[in-house]
Design a protein around this ligand. Structure first.
Ligand code: SF4
Length: 358
């Protein structure tokens, strides 16, 4: 994936080939200089760069050795023998890389790269839930910090959430912290759902017995919660042949009104293998640019007011500074790391039915 060319000019031409329709030329020239320098230092330091699908196009198509969604990057982080690992993504992702590579240096180019979902729940919240529902297995979406993962039995991503939930033979599972993903997965797996933090009565039958199967939390992705059914209606009115793709962090109503729902990698694969001329991508805006760059013959409609402010913090400038100055080093206390590692490894052992759900 990385464009490791022998000169700035060669880097520019390679980037231009892919990005001429999505990045203005003057910007590309400047970014090619940064990308060339990053790739030069990366080789010198024997570093590896992991780039999430939501990185801005010029970065995404120039410096990462591997790109993908959280699960794919998690696997790459587990397999790499390079050191340091520079994570062009958000903090919980860099923490996951550290959990899997305790002896390596993991760098995150900006400390501002957080996540509204990860910030929605604390380790103490999970401990309280476990006391409230003793013995019920706890699944956490990967978008949580290491101390939250350490309290949970297993981690999942949007690629494998249903498979992870179904790996438990119990009737009830706690699923944290994304409310919409929980509802979408509940529909897919046929589980009921309750949200103990706000409405503990939901899920009781007429005799007052609790009937829950999936216990959720009220976390939301501040990007995906913005999409509405109205958005889809408006676009369909204008482009009746449009194929609508929604990320499962969107509301169940939006997912229902879409033609397809899956993780970011699943959406990429769907667009690649489908022949439709036009798509509406209900996900982070830069990903739309990245898919457009790979599929120039297809039209990607995207609602570009929706850019993740956290992913947006990671720039080529910061990535260069990160490699030059070894910043910002991500650390996870060892007792937390060991417990979180168990939860992540359980997920990696289950695997991902990417082609199926996604
Ligand atoms: S897109 Fe949503 S889930 Fe992903 S990092 Fe941004 S806020 Fe978090």
């Amino acid at each position: 994936m990385s464009i490791a060319e022998h000169s700035v000019d060669a880097t520019y031409h390679k980037m231009r080939e892919r990005l001429k329709d999505v990045v203005p030329d003057a910007e590309l020239r400047y970014k090619a200089e940064l990308a060339f320098e990053i790739n030069r230092i990366k080789e010198q330091r024997r570093a590896v760069i992991l780039g999430h699908n939501y990185m801005e196009p010029a970065l995404f198509h120039s410096v990462p050795d591997f790109t993908g969604d959280s699960l794919e990057l998690c696997r790459k982080a587990a397999q790499t023998n390079k050191d340091p690992i520079v994570f062009c993504g958000v903090r919980f992702m860099a923490e996951t890389a550290k959990i899997l590579n305790p002896d390596k240096t993991v760098l995150l180019p900006s400390l501002q790269a957080g996540c509204s979902l990860a910030a929605s729940i604390t380790a103490e919240d999970v401990r309280i839930l476990k006391k409230q529902f003793p013995g019920v297995p706890v699944v956490t979406y990967i978008n949580t910090y290491a101390d939250v993962k350490a309290e949970c039995d297993i981690v999942c991503t949007s690629s494998n959430a249903a498979a992870v939930i179904e790996s438990f033979k119990t009737d009830t599972v706690i699923f944290l912290p994304d409310e919409y993903l929980a509802k979408n997965v509940a529909r897919e797996t046929g589980k009921h759902i309750i949200f103990p933090s706000k409405d503990p009565l939901v899920g009781k039958n007429e005799n007052g017995d609790i009937e829950y199967k999936l216990i959720g939390w009220h976390g939301k992705c501040e990007v995906h919660e913005k999409f509405t059914v109205e958005d889809i209606r408006n676009v369909r009115k204008q482009f009746p042949d449009v194929v609508v793709l929604a990320h499962p962090e969107c509301s169940p109503e939006v997912v229902e009104a879409s033609d397809y729902s899956g993780s970011t990698t699943a959406m990429i694969k769907y667009v690649e293998k489908t022949k439709a001329p036009r798509y509406l991508l209900l996900t982070e805006c830069s990903m739309g640019d990245n898919i457009a760059a790979e599929n120039p013959e297809k039209e990607m409609l995207r609602l570009c007011s929706v850019r993740c402010p956290h992913m947006n913090q990671i720039t080529l400038e910061d990535t260069l500074a990160s490699l030059r100055e070894n910043r910002y080093v991500i650390n996870v206390p060892e007792d937390i790391r060991v417990r979180a590692h168990r939860a992540v490894m359980r997920m990696l052992e289950i695997g991902s039915p990417v082609a199926a759900k996604d």
